[in-house]
Ligand binder design. Sequence first.
Ligand SMILES: Nc1ncnc2c1ncn2[C@@H]1O[C@H](COP(=O)(O)OP(=O)(O)OP(=O)(O)O)[C@@H](O)[C@H]1O
Ligand SMILES: [Mg+2]
Length: 422
Amino acid sequence: MKQKFKPKGSVIAALDVGTTKISCFIARLTDDEGHFDVVGVGHQASAGIKGGTVIDLEAAETAIRQTVHAAENMAAETMKGYPLREVVINVPGIHAHSHHFSADIDVLGQEVADQDIRRAMARAQEQNVSPDRELIHTIPVGYTIDGHHGIRDPRGLFGQSMQVDIHLVTGDSGALRNIATCIERSHLEIAAMCVSPYAAGLASLVEDEMDLGCTVIDMGGGVTSIAVFMGGNLIYTDAIPVGGQHVTSDIARGLTTSIAQAERLKTLYGSAIASTNDENELLDVPQIGEDDHAHPNHVPRSLLVGIIQPRVEEIFELVRARLQDSGLGPAIGRRVVLTGGASQLPGLRDLGQAVLDKQVRLGRPIRLGGLPEAVCGPAFATTAGLLTYVSERSDEMPRQVLAQSEPENLMQRIRLWLRENW
Ligand SMILES: Nc1ncnc2c1ncn2[C@@H]1O[C@H](COP(=O)(O)OP(=O)(O)OP(=O)(O)O)[C@@H](O)[C@H]1O
Ligand SMILES: [Mg+2]
Protein backbone atom coordinates (compact mmCIF):
# COMPACT_ATOMS: atom_id res chain seq x y z
CA MET A 1 0.00 0.00 0.00
CA LYS A 2 2.93 2.30 -0.57
CA GLN A 3 1.58 5.73 -1.40
CA LYS A 4 3.40 8.18 -3.60
CA PHE A 5 4.02 11.25 -1.52
CA LYS A 6 5.06 13.33 -4.50
CA PRO A 7 5.09 12.79 -8.27
CA LYS A 8 8.15 12.67 -10.53
CA GLY A 9 9.96 15.99 -10.88
CA SER A 10 8.88 17.26 -7.44
CA VAL A 11 11.37 18.68 -5.05
CA ILE A 12 11.72 17.20 -1.56
CA ALA A 13 13.91 18.63 1.15
CA ALA A 14 15.24 17.38 4.47
CA LEU A 15 16.20 19.57 7.39
CA ASP A 16 18.11 18.00 10.26
CA VAL A 17 18.31 20.37 13.21
CA GLY A 18 20.96 18.89 15.48
CA THR A 19 22.65 19.97 18.67
CA THR A 20 25.97 20.66 16.97
CA LYS A 21 25.13 21.06 13.30
CA ILE A 22 22.18 21.84 11.06
CA SER A 23 22.00 20.31 7.61
CA CYS A 24 19.66 20.55 4.67
CA PHE A 25 19.50 18.27 1.59
CA ILE A 26 17.33 19.17 -1.39
CA ALA A 27 16.42 16.41 -3.85
CA ARG A 28 14.42 16.00 -7.02
CA LEU A 29 12.33 12.88 -7.64
CA THR A 30 13.53 11.28 -10.86
CA ASP A 31 10.65 8.84 -11.34
CA ASP A 32 7.37 7.78 -9.80
CA GLU A 33 9.03 4.99 -7.85
CA GLY A 34 10.50 7.30 -5.22
CA HIS A 35 14.04 7.52 -6.63
CA PHE A 36 15.67 10.90 -6.34
CA ASP A 37 18.85 12.89 -6.98
CA VAL A 38 20.31 15.19 -4.36
CA VAL A 39 20.64 18.60 -6.03
CA GLY A 40 21.63 20.83 -3.12
CA VAL A 41 23.19 20.53 0.31
CA GLY A 42 23.87 23.01 3.06
CA HIS A 43 25.31 22.51 6.52
CA GLN A 44 26.75 24.61 9.28
CA ALA A 45 27.30 24.74 13.02
CA SER A 46 24.08 24.74 14.98
CA ALA A 47 22.98 27.53 17.31
CA GLY A 48 20.32 27.87 19.96
CA ILE A 49 19.89 24.11 20.42
CA LYS A 50 20.96 22.16 23.51
CA GLY A 51 20.55 18.42 23.77
CA GLY A 52 18.01 18.41 20.92
CA THR A 53 15.93 21.17 22.55
CA VAL A 54 15.51 24.73 21.28
CA ILE A 55 16.81 27.12 23.93
CA ASP A 56 17.17 30.26 21.80
CA LEU A 57 14.55 30.72 19.07
CA GLU A 58 16.28 33.55 17.28
CA ALA A 59 19.71 31.92 17.13
CA ALA A 60 18.21 28.64 15.93
CA GLU A 61 16.08 30.40 13.32
CA THR A 62 19.08 32.27 11.90
CA ALA A 63 21.16 29.11 11.66
CA ILE A 64 18.28 27.23 9.99
CA ARG A 65 17.72 30.01 7.49
CA GLN A 66 21.41 30.19 6.55
CA THR A 67 21.62 26.42 6.10
CA VAL A 68 18.53 26.31 3.91
CA HIS A 69 19.82 29.24 1.80
CA ALA A 70 23.10 27.44 1.18
CA ALA A 71 21.24 24.33 -0.02
CA GLU A 72 18.87 26.46 -2.15
CA ASN A 73 21.79 28.22 -3.79
CA MET A 74 23.39 24.93 -4.73
CA ALA A 75 20.07 23.68 -6.07
CA ALA A 76 19.34 26.94 -7.94
CA GLU A 77 19.12 25.29 -11.35
CA THR A 78 16.49 22.79 -10.20
CA MET A 79 14.59 25.32 -8.09
CA LYS A 80 14.45 27.82 -11.00
CA GLY A 81 14.53 30.74 -8.63
CA TYR A 82 11.67 29.52 -6.45
CA PRO A 83 12.34 29.36 -2.73
CA LEU A 84 12.00 26.09 -0.89
CA ARG A 85 8.52 25.73 0.60
CA GLU A 86 8.38 22.48 2.50
CA VAL A 87 10.79 20.40 4.50
CA VAL A 88 10.72 17.10 6.30
CA ILE A 89 12.32 17.57 9.68
CA ASN A 90 13.93 15.35 12.28
CA VAL A 91 12.44 14.86 15.72
CA PRO A 92 15.30 14.46 18.21
CA GLY A 93 15.04 11.00 19.76
CA ILE A 94 14.96 12.57 23.19
CA HIS A 95 11.50 14.03 22.51
CA ALA A 96 10.01 10.85 21.04
CA HIS A 97 8.25 7.97 22.70
CA SER A 98 7.21 4.51 21.47
CA HIS A 99 3.72 3.11 22.14
CA HIS A 100 2.38 -0.28 21.09
CA PHE A 101 -1.24 -0.78 20.24
CA SER A 102 -3.46 -3.51 18.76
CA ALA A 103 -6.53 -2.77 16.67
CA ASP A 104 -9.18 -5.40 15.88
CA ILE A 105 -10.82 -5.10 12.52
CA ASP A 106 -13.71 -7.15 11.12
CA VAL A 107 -13.01 -8.59 7.72
CA LEU A 108 -16.09 -10.87 7.64
CA GLY A 109 -14.92 -13.45 5.15
CA GLN A 110 -13.65 -10.84 2.72
CA GLU A 111 -10.20 -10.28 1.30
CA VAL A 112 -8.06 -7.97 3.44
CA ALA A 113 -7.55 -4.69 1.59
CA ASP A 114 -5.36 -1.62 2.09
CA GLN A 115 -8.40 0.16 3.44
CA ASP A 116 -8.68 -2.36 6.32
CA ILE A 117 -5.10 -1.70 7.36
CA ARG A 118 -5.66 2.04 7.16
CA ARG A 119 -8.77 1.71 9.28
CA ALA A 120 -6.73 -0.05 11.95
CA MET A 121 -4.07 2.64 11.75
CA ALA A 122 -6.67 5.40 11.99
CA ARG A 123 -8.22 3.70 15.00
CA ALA A 124 -4.85 3.46 16.75
CA GLN A 125 -4.34 7.15 16.08
CA GLU A 126 -7.76 8.11 17.42
CA GLN A 127 -7.14 6.28 20.66
CA ASN A 128 -3.86 8.01 21.25
CA VAL A 129 -4.86 11.61 21.01
CA SER A 130 -3.47 13.68 23.84
CA PRO A 131 -2.80 17.39 24.12
CA ASP A 132 0.80 17.01 25.27
CA ARG A 133 1.91 14.45 22.68
CA GLU A 134 1.90 14.76 18.92
CA LEU A 135 1.77 11.78 16.57
CA ILE A 136 4.88 11.28 14.46
CA HIS A 137 4.68 7.75 13.03
CA THR A 138 1.92 5.15 12.70
CA ILE A 139 3.57 1.89 11.70
CA PRO A 140 1.73 -1.42 11.27
CA VAL A 141 4.25 -4.02 12.45
CA GLY A 142 2.37 -7.32 12.51
CA TYR A 143 -0.95 -8.95 11.66
CA THR A 144 -2.99 -11.79 13.11
CA ILE A 145 -5.88 -13.20 11.05
CA ASP A 146 -8.34 -15.52 12.84
CA GLY A 147 -5.70 -16.35 15.44
CA HIS A 148 -2.84 -16.94 13.00
CA HIS A 149 0.10 -14.83 14.10
CA GLY A 150 3.17 -13.63 12.30
CA ILE A 151 1.56 -12.45 9.06
CA ARG A 152 3.72 -9.81 7.43
CA ASP A 153 1.46 -8.76 4.59
CA PRO A 154 -2.24 -9.60 5.02
CA ARG A 155 -3.48 -8.04 1.82
CA GLY A 156 -5.35 -10.54 -0.33
CA LEU A 157 -5.81 -13.04 2.52
CA PHE A 158 -9.32 -14.04 3.58
CA GLY A 159 -10.55 -14.13 7.16
CA GLN A 160 -13.19 -13.15 9.66
CA SER A 161 -11.24 -10.84 11.88
CA MET A 162 -7.81 -9.28 11.84
CA GLN A 163 -5.68 -7.87 14.61
CA VAL A 164 -3.15 -5.26 13.56
CA ASP A 165 -0.19 -4.53 15.85
CA ILE A 166 0.72 -0.91 15.52
CA HIS A 167 3.78 0.96 16.66
CA LEU A 168 2.96 4.59 17.32
CA VAL A 169 5.68 7.12 17.87
CA THR A 170 4.66 10.37 19.53
CA GLY A 171 6.63 13.51 20.29
CA ASP A 172 6.55 15.97 23.13
CA SER A 173 4.23 18.77 21.88
CA GLY A 174 6.05 21.60 23.62
CA ALA A 175 9.46 20.70 22.23
CA LEU A 176 8.01 20.12 18.76
CA ARG A 177 6.16 23.43 18.91
CA ASN A 178 9.44 25.26 19.51
CA ILE A 179 11.20 23.52 16.63
CA ALA A 180 8.18 24.23 14.40
CA THR A 181 8.26 27.92 15.36
CA CYS A 182 11.90 28.25 14.21
CA ILE A 183 11.05 26.59 10.92
CA GLU A 184 7.89 28.58 10.27
CA ARG A 185 9.72 31.80 11.04
CA SER A 186 12.15 30.79 8.31
CA HIS A 187 9.11 30.77 5.93
CA LEU A 188 9.09 27.00 5.60
CA GLU A 189 6.30 24.50 6.11
CA ILE A 190 6.78 21.17 7.81
CA ALA A 191 5.67 18.50 5.34
CA ALA A 192 6.49 15.62 7.68
CA MET A 193 8.50 14.67 10.73
CA CYS A 194 10.72 11.65 11.35
CA VAL A 195 12.51 10.55 14.51
CA SER A 196 16.29 11.04 14.09
CA PRO A 197 17.53 7.47 14.74
CA TYR A 198 14.79 6.05 12.47
CA ALA A 199 16.01 8.27 9.65
CA ALA A 200 19.62 7.30 10.43
CA GLY A 201 18.64 3.63 10.11
CA LEU A 202 16.73 4.18 6.85
CA ALA A 203 19.89 5.75 5.43
CA SER A 204 22.46 3.29 6.69
CA LEU A 205 20.97 -0.20 7.08
CA VAL A 206 20.89 -2.82 4.35
CA GLU A 207 17.53 -4.51 3.83
CA ASP A 208 18.54 -7.74 5.53
CA GLU A 209 19.42 -5.84 8.68
CA MET A 210 16.01 -4.13 8.74
CA ASP A 211 14.32 -7.49 8.15
CA LEU A 212 16.24 -9.75 10.51
CA GLY A 213 16.55 -7.29 13.40
CA CYS A 214 19.06 -4.54 14.00
CA THR A 215 19.54 -1.71 16.47
CA VAL A 216 20.76 1.65 15.21
CA ILE A 217 22.56 3.82 17.74
CA ASP A 218 22.82 7.39 16.49
CA MET A 219 25.52 9.12 18.54
CA GLY A 220 25.11 12.85 18.08
CA GLY A 221 26.50 15.84 19.90
CA GLY A 222 23.90 16.11 22.65
CA VAL A 223 21.78 12.99 22.26
CA THR A 224 22.41 9.31 21.70
CA SER A 225 19.27 7.78 20.23
CA ILE A 226 18.16 4.27 19.46
CA ALA A 227 16.01 2.74 16.71
CA VAL A 228 15.22 -0.96 16.65
CA PHE A 229 14.26 -2.45 13.28
CA MET A 230 12.58 -5.79 12.72
CA GLY A 231 10.61 -7.26 9.85
CA GLY A 232 11.50 -4.19 7.79
CA ASN A 233 9.84 -1.85 10.30
CA LEU A 234 10.76 0.44 13.13
CA ILE A 235 9.55 -1.36 16.25
CA TYR A 236 11.04 0.76 19.03
CA THR A 237 12.78 4.06 19.63
CA ASP A 238 14.39 5.63 22.67
CA ALA A 239 17.17 8.05 23.59
CA ILE A 240 19.52 9.23 26.31
CA PRO A 241 20.57 12.85 26.76
CA VAL A 242 24.30 12.19 26.47
CA GLY A 243 26.48 12.54 23.37
CA GLY A 244 29.80 13.65 21.95
CA GLN A 245 29.59 17.07 23.60
CA HIS A 246 29.72 15.42 27.00
CA VAL A 247 32.90 13.62 26.02
CA THR A 248 34.37 16.94 24.93
CA SER A 249 33.42 18.76 28.12
CA ASP A 250 34.89 15.93 30.22
CA ILE A 251 38.17 16.42 28.36
CA ALA A 252 38.07 20.21 28.81
CA ARG A 253 37.47 19.80 32.54
CA GLY A 254 39.92 16.95 33.03
CA LEU A 255 42.78 18.64 31.18
CA THR A 256 41.81 22.24 32.15
CA THR A 257 41.70 23.33 28.56
CA SER A 258 39.13 25.14 26.42
CA ILE A 259 36.16 23.38 24.76
CA ALA A 260 37.67 24.13 21.34
CA GLN A 261 41.00 22.56 22.32
CA ALA A 262 39.23 19.60 23.91
CA GLU A 263 37.27 19.04 20.68
CA ARG A 264 40.52 19.22 18.70
CA LEU A 265 42.28 16.74 20.98
CA LYS A 266 39.32 14.37 20.84
CA THR A 267 39.04 14.30 17.07
CA LEU A 268 42.80 14.18 16.43
CA TYR A 269 44.08 11.90 19.21
CA GLY A 270 41.02 10.52 20.97
CA SER A 271 40.18 6.86 21.29
CA ALA A 272 37.64 4.80 23.18
CA ILE A 273 40.17 2.07 23.84
CA ALA A 274 43.66 2.32 25.37
CA SER A 275 46.70 1.13 23.47
CA THR A 276 50.18 0.32 24.78
CA ASN A 277 51.81 3.35 23.18
CA ASP A 278 49.53 5.90 24.84
CA GLU A 279 51.92 6.35 27.80
CA ASN A 280 54.79 7.53 25.61
CA GLU A 281 52.88 9.76 23.25
CA LEU A 282 52.83 13.34 24.53
CA LEU A 283 50.13 15.80 23.50
CA ASP A 284 50.38 19.56 23.69
CA VAL A 285 47.46 20.83 25.78
CA PRO A 286 47.18 24.64 26.03
CA GLN A 287 45.81 25.60 29.44
CA ILE A 288 42.81 27.90 29.65
CA GLY A 289 43.77 31.56 29.61
CA GLU A 290 47.47 30.91 29.03
CA ASP A 291 49.54 31.80 26.03
CA ASP A 292 50.09 28.58 24.06
CA HIS A 293 53.80 28.95 23.71
CA ALA A 294 54.83 30.57 26.98
CA HIS A 295 54.04 27.52 29.11
CA PRO A 296 53.94 24.42 26.99
CA ASN A 297 51.96 21.74 28.74
CA HIS A 298 52.46 18.15 27.70
CA VAL A 299 50.26 15.30 28.80
CA PRO A 300 50.46 11.65 27.84
CA ARG A 301 47.80 10.43 25.43
CA SER A 302 46.82 7.83 28.04
CA LEU A 303 45.37 10.65 30.14
CA LEU A 304 43.12 11.73 27.25
CA VAL A 305 41.99 8.17 26.54
CA GLY A 306 41.42 7.65 30.26
CA ILE A 307 38.93 10.53 30.25
CA ILE A 308 37.14 9.48 27.07
CA GLN A 309 36.73 5.79 27.78
CA PRO A 310 34.57 5.88 30.92
CA ARG A 311 32.16 8.41 29.40
CA VAL A 312 31.71 6.40 26.22
CA GLU A 313 31.35 3.24 28.27
CA GLU A 314 28.64 4.97 30.27
CA ILE A 315 26.78 5.89 27.06
CA PHE A 316 26.79 2.26 25.93
CA GLU A 317 25.72 1.07 29.38
CA LEU A 318 22.78 3.50 29.37
CA VAL A 319 21.82 2.28 25.90
CA ARG A 320 22.06 -1.33 27.06
CA ALA A 321 19.78 -0.54 30.02
CA ARG A 322 17.23 1.13 27.73
CA LEU A 323 17.19 -1.88 25.43
CA GLN A 324 16.72 -4.19 28.41
CA ASP A 325 13.88 -2.05 29.76
CA SER A 326 12.18 -1.95 26.35
CA GLY A 327 10.75 -5.41 27.00
CA LEU A 328 11.62 -6.49 23.47
CA GLY A 329 13.84 -9.27 24.78
CA PRO A 330 15.70 -11.40 22.26
CA ALA A 331 13.59 -9.92 19.44
CA ILE A 332 16.15 -7.16 19.33
CA GLY A 333 18.70 -9.40 17.64
CA ARG A 334 22.44 -9.25 17.88
CA ARG A 335 23.28 -6.65 15.32
CA VAL A 336 24.09 -3.00 16.03
CA VAL A 337 24.95 -0.21 13.61
CA LEU A 338 26.55 2.98 14.94
CA THR A 339 25.92 6.31 13.18
CA GLY A 340 26.20 10.00 14.08
CA GLY A 341 29.24 12.25 14.27
CA ALA A 342 30.34 10.87 17.62
CA SER A 343 30.54 7.33 16.19
CA GLN A 344 33.78 8.34 14.48
CA LEU A 345 35.89 7.94 17.61
CA PRO A 346 38.52 5.23 17.01
CA GLY A 347 37.95 2.11 19.09
CA LEU A 348 34.24 2.80 19.52
CA ARG A 349 33.15 -0.28 17.63
CA ASP A 350 35.19 -2.59 19.86
CA LEU A 351 34.04 -0.92 23.04
CA GLY A 352 30.40 -1.06 21.89
CA GLN A 353 30.79 -4.73 21.05
CA ALA A 354 32.17 -5.45 24.53
CA VAL A 355 29.57 -3.49 26.51
CA LEU A 356 26.51 -4.39 24.44
CA ASP A 357 27.62 -7.97 23.72
CA LYS A 358 26.46 -7.58 20.14
CA GLN A 359 27.94 -7.55 16.69
CA VAL A 360 28.67 -3.90 15.93
CA ARG A 361 29.47 -2.18 12.65
CA LEU A 362 29.90 1.47 11.73
CA GLY A 363 27.23 2.94 9.48
CA ARG A 364 26.92 5.90 7.11
CA PRO A 365 24.45 6.89 4.39
CA ILE A 366 24.50 4.16 1.72
CA ARG A 367 21.28 4.74 -0.15
CA LEU A 368 21.97 8.13 -1.70
CA GLY A 369 24.28 8.13 -4.69
CA GLY A 370 26.25 11.24 -5.53
CA LEU A 371 26.34 12.85 -2.10
CA PRO A 372 29.14 15.42 -1.96
CA GLU A 373 32.19 14.15 -0.05
CA ALA A 374 31.68 16.58 2.83
CA VAL A 375 28.24 15.20 3.69
CA CYS A 376 28.57 11.47 3.09
CA GLY A 377 29.85 10.59 6.58
CA PRO A 378 27.97 9.13 9.56
CA ALA A 379 27.03 12.60 10.91
CA PHE A 380 24.72 12.99 7.88
CA ALA A 381 22.89 9.67 8.17
CA THR A 382 19.82 11.33 9.72
CA THR A 383 19.60 14.02 7.02
CA ALA A 384 19.94 11.47 4.22
CA GLY A 385 17.37 9.17 5.84
CA LEU A 386 14.78 11.95 6.06
CA LEU A 387 14.70 11.96 2.24
CA THR A 388 14.31 8.17 2.15
CA TYR A 389 11.50 8.46 4.68
CA VAL A 390 9.45 10.87 2.55
CA SER A 391 10.06 9.03 -0.66
CA GLU A 392 9.41 5.49 0.64
CA ARG A 393 7.43 5.57 3.86
CA SER A 394 4.87 8.34 3.51
CA ASP A 395 2.12 5.85 4.40
CA GLU A 396 3.40 5.95 8.00
CA MET A 397 2.75 9.67 8.31
CA PRO A 398 -0.24 10.21 10.61
CA ARG A 399 -1.67 12.91 8.38
CA GLN A 400 -1.55 10.62 5.33
CA VAL A 401 -3.23 7.86 7.34
CA LEU A 402 -6.11 10.17 8.15
CA ALA A 403 -6.39 11.49 4.63
CA GLN A 404 -6.47 8.02 3.12
CA SER A 405 -8.62 6.22 5.62
CA GLU A 406 -11.58 8.48 4.92
CA PRO A 407 -14.11 6.67 2.73
CA GLU A 408 -14.51 8.48 -0.57
CA ASN A 409 -18.27 8.61 -0.80
CA LEU A 410 -21.41 8.09 1.18
CA MET A 411 -22.10 4.57 -0.15
CA GLN A 412 -18.66 3.44 0.88
CA ARG A 413 -19.16 5.00 4.27
CA ILE A 414 -22.44 3.15 4.72
CA ARG A 415 -20.96 -0.16 3.55
CA LEU A 416 -18.10 0.30 5.98
CA TRP A 417 -20.48 1.13 8.80
CA LEU A 418 -22.62 -1.92 8.04
CA ARG A 419 -19.55 -4.15 7.87
CA GLU A 420 -18.29 -2.88 11.20
CA ASN A 421 -21.61 -2.92 13.06
CA TRP A 422 -23.52 -5.94 11.80
N1 LIG B 1 36.33 12.46 14.22
C1 LIG B 1 35.54 12.49 15.29
N2 LIG B 1 35.83 11.73 16.36
C2 LIG B 1 35.03 11.75 17.44
N3 LIG B 1 33.95 12.53 17.57
C3 LIG B 1 33.61 13.30 16.52
C4 LIG B 1 34.39 13.33 15.34
N4 LIG B 1 33.81 14.21 14.48
C5 LIG B 1 32.72 14.70 15.11
N5 LIG B 1 32.60 14.17 16.35
C6 LIG B 1 31.59 14.45 17.34
O1 LIG B 1 30.31 14.25 16.80
C7 LIG B 1 29.36 15.05 17.50
C8 LIG B 1 28.37 15.64 16.54
O2 LIG B 1 27.67 14.60 15.90
P1 LIG B 1 26.40 14.89 14.98
O3 LIG B 1 26.75 15.85 13.92
O4 LIG B 1 25.84 13.59 14.59
O5 LIG B 1 25.46 15.60 16.07
P2 LIG B 1 24.11 16.46 15.90
O6 LIG B 1 23.23 15.78 14.94
O7 LIG B 1 24.45 17.88 15.65
O8 LIG B 1 23.54 16.36 17.39
P3 LIG B 1 22.28 15.59 18.01
O9 LIG B 1 21.89 14.52 17.05
O10 LIG B 1 22.78 15.06 19.30
O11 LIG B 1 21.25 16.65 18.21
C9 LIG B 1 30.15 16.11 18.24
O12 LIG B 1 30.07 15.90 19.63
C10 LIG B 1 31.58 15.91 17.75
O13 LIG B 1 32.52 16.11 18.78
MG1 LIG C 1 21.77 14.25 14.98
